[in-house]
Design a protein around this ligand. Structure first.
Ligand SMILES: *Cc1c(COP(=O)(O)O)cnc(C)c1O
Length: 411
């Protein structure tokens, strides 16, 4: 049989991957914290890993398992773990896999809170090199004898840099380095992190996957490409018989059970519903972004446009080779003298908010908000001027968006 289309797969995934005994088409939000064992030997076997069973919902529950199965399916992985937020996924995965004295190579173009977390890791005794990941050579130059992993985002905000995804993947494979990709801004429906040889794929489910701005969540998927026998920090007790499961076992125990940033069951159920329309929403948002970028590129009221779908974007060729659409985030730079606060205030449909991947189009002044804590020097290095507005494009009708931007730009 011909492979089913993406939306067909998405709307049927929960029902087919997680069949319910009563025929329910949705996995129910099961809120029980505890699980009764009729036979005491059963709980002993569960604790000793001889039998798989839920023992306490901080570590596992049926609703989280359902969401993990669906997310894992679309990333083509060998297993997934879900967390309370995207930041919980990032921090729990790294804290469970790193040890004092390790060196890691991370992108210098990161979601602000992720960058702040890596700075905190430095204070805990992890050596961190921030490098320009748009060229694999910078990663190669940063490699040390104690380097254990490379972390980057596929597509970064606000300046839309695209990492040298497959080249870094090939390099990490050759050097036996763990390769972690945050693909929040280019979800699985347009980009396969596994095809770019990622070992672990991290996502904030808060953004495009759930899509409607009413639930937080995060996930990590093991693509099965990394040989965990090459990773020095796996504890002997987590070296289970199946070596492919070493990484996820340690992440579940140290990252989820011990750190405890568990995704609540009602959130997991809400994310499963949102994910059914991921492709419909995301393709529409990408299409709107493409039309807006084309409209903005020669616009007399706009100085520059940062969007990887434009041939003039420095990583356009990487985006073209890896993504089936160019994403739905962009930034625009307004000419000096234009008051960007007033410009955003004039927008009637577009909402002023700090979020990404919503159904609604959002605008945010960048230097004055998410980069307020950075020094002028840091902003200069990243090309973040006071005139930049970040846009997260939604799924509204394009004519309405064009009209709203036009009246705001000429207001
Ligand atoms: C939003 C975001 C995160 C953090 O996700 P939360 O769910 O808000 O904690 C991490 N990485 C990227 C690229 C993001 O955009």
């Amino acid at each position: 049989m011909k492979e089913l289309g993406t939306t067909t797969q998405l709307v049927h995934a929960d029902k087919s991957l997680n069949p319910q005994s009563d025929g329910a088409v949705h996995s129910p939000a099961n809120q029980s914290v505890l699980f009764e064992f009729a036979d005491a030997q059963g709980i002993v076997d569960a604790f000793q890993g001889k039998k798989s069973a839920h023992v306490y919902s901080r570590s596992s529950s049926s609703t989280n398992n359902s969401l993990q199965n669906v997310i894992n399916h679309f990333e083509g992985g060998i297993g997934a773990v879900t967390f309370a937020t995207g930041m919980a996924a990032i921090s729990s995965v790294l804290l469970s896999l790193l040890k004092h004295g390790d060196h890691i190579i991370v992108s210098e173009f990161l979601f602000g809170n992720t960058r702040s977390f890596f700075k905190h890791l430095q204070q805990l005794g992890i050596e961190v090199s921030f490098v320009d990941v748009t060229d694999v050579h910078n990663v190669e130059l940063a490699k040390q004898s104690n380097t254990v992993l490379v972390f980057c985002e596929s597509l970064s905000n606000p300046m839309t840099q695209v990492a040298d995804l497959s080249a870094i993947g090939t390099y990490c494979q050759r050097q036996q380095l763990l390769y972690i990709v945050d693909n929040t801004m280019s979800p699985s429906v347009i980009f396969s992190a596994k095809a770019a040889l990622a070992s672990l794929v991290i996502s904030s489910l808060t953004k495009y996957v759930s899509g409607h701005g009413q639930v937080l969540g995060g996930s990590v998927v093991d693509t099965g490409l990394f040989d965990w026998q090459c990773y020095a920090n796996i504890e002997p007790i987590y070296k289970v018989v199946d070596t492919t499961q070493w990484g996820l076992t340690q992440i579940r125990k140290k990252g989820l059970r011990d750190i405890g940033a568990t995704l609540p069951a009602p959130s997991a159920a809400t994310i499963l519903v949102g994910m059914e329309t991921l492709d419909l929403r995301y393709q529409k948002a990408c299409e709107n972004a493409r039309k807006l970028a084309q409209h903005f590129i020669n616009h007399p009221q706009i100085k520059s446009v940062f969007y990887p779908g434009l041939a003039c974007h420095p990583q356009h060729y990487i985006a073209r080779d890896h993504f089936s659409s160019y994403g739905a985030i962009m930034s625009i730079e307004l000419p000096d003298g234009v008051d960007i606060i007033q410009l955003i205030n004039r927008m009637k449909l577009v909402i002023c908010a700090t979020h990404l991947g919503d159904t609604r189009t959002l605008a945010l002044p960048v230097a004055q908000t998410i980069y307020f804590e950075s020094t002028q020097e840091e902003r200069d290095r990243m090309g973040i001027t006071n005139q930049i507005v970040r846009l997260s494009i939604g799924i509204e009708d394009i004519d309405d968006l064009l009209a709203d931007f036009e009246q705001a730009l000429y207001g």
